[in-house]
Design a binder for this molecule. Sequence first.
Ligand code: ADP
Ligand code: MG
Length: 281
Amino acid sequence: MSKKMIECRNVVYKYEDSNENKLRFAVDNVSLDIYSGEFVVVLGRNGSGKSTIAKHMNALLIPAEGKVYVDEMDTSLPENTWNIRNKAGMVFQNPDNQIVATIVEEDVAFGPENLGIDPKEIRQRVDNSLKRVNMYEYRKHAPHLLSGGQKQRVAIAGVLAMRPDCIIFDEPTAMLDPSGRKEVVKTIKELNKKYGITIILITHYMEEAVEADRIVVMDSGKKIIEGSPRKIFSNVETMKKIGLDVPQVTELSYELQKEGIDINSDILTIDEMVNALCQLK
Ligand code: ADP
Ligand code: MG
């Protein structure tokens, strides 16, 4: 087993409920390990605590109870915050809130400049990061003129320029059109497969979840199931009960099986479905 990148131990976090003047659990006793090199997808309906647990993974939030370690560094110790943020970067839903400069390459340079890194090294990091997200040819462009998918890739380059080992993506494709979504998902997968960056991806799109190494499902602040995509999505009824979809082909195989057709109910991709249908007598 490779080493632990992030360890959440019995994490509890509550927000003040302004109406009732009491504390509400946003994350309720969650334990979760993320290993170096993994691609983990977190699913759960709105308000299930996904963003709250994600923000614990780079010390944007500190647990009220329990512990979070990033590369063995305790997030509750202020002296670790700096190193933790460099180790684990975060990308959010709205690229417009993450882009600060008026030229793409200046935006990507912003993070390393704040670290006081040598200008020659910054130049290398910026070029390299833009190439990794396939945006190098846009380096002199104005970010606000780019498409949503391109802006989000610039935001990712900005995080890459900090040389993180791990990136947490909180619904990075939620505001994008289908082609922007595809570009960004392809980029995220490449960061994992080609460059070995550990990925935690929060998403509503089941097609994005199918290719994860592991899926974690949250509901009401709790981790309710985790496992391989095949294991998770074969629980069609559990997923529906908590208001989540399964991939369309998985649902189709489940419905066909219910109708008495001899087909596996854990089909994940169109290719698998075609194979299974061709083998029917
Ligand atoms: P998700 O990302 O899965 O939609 P969140 O982690 O954002 O869920 O929210 C979990 C719970 O915490 C929800 O009930 C939400 O209303 C509440 N919550 C989130 N952020 C705040 C906040 N800043 N103040 C008060 N309550 C919050
Ligand atoms: Mg959220």
